[in-house]
Design a protein around this ligand. Sequence first.
Ligand SMILES: [Zn+2]
Length: 76
Amino acid sequence: MKCALCAGRMEKSTIALPYEMNKEYMLVVRGVPAFVCRQCGDSFVEIEIVRELERIVNDARKDGVTLGFIEYRRAA
Ligand SMILES: [Zn+2]
C-alpha cells in the first residue's frame, strides 16, 4: 500500500486514536491496527476497523465512560 499524501511506503503498525465530542467525552483507543507511512507518518485505518472503533466508543459511553483509554480488541 502507498501513502495517499507522499506515495511513501506504508507498513502495518498500531496507533492510538482519540475520539472526542465537544465536552461530552474524550476517549483514546490504543492498539488500533493501521498502516503507517514510513516517510511522513500519515496513518490509514481500514473501514471495518473504523466501524469497530465506533462500536467500542459507543459501548464505553453506554457504560458511562467519558474519559480515558480503551484497548482496541476485535469483537468475538
Ligand atoms: Zn506519506
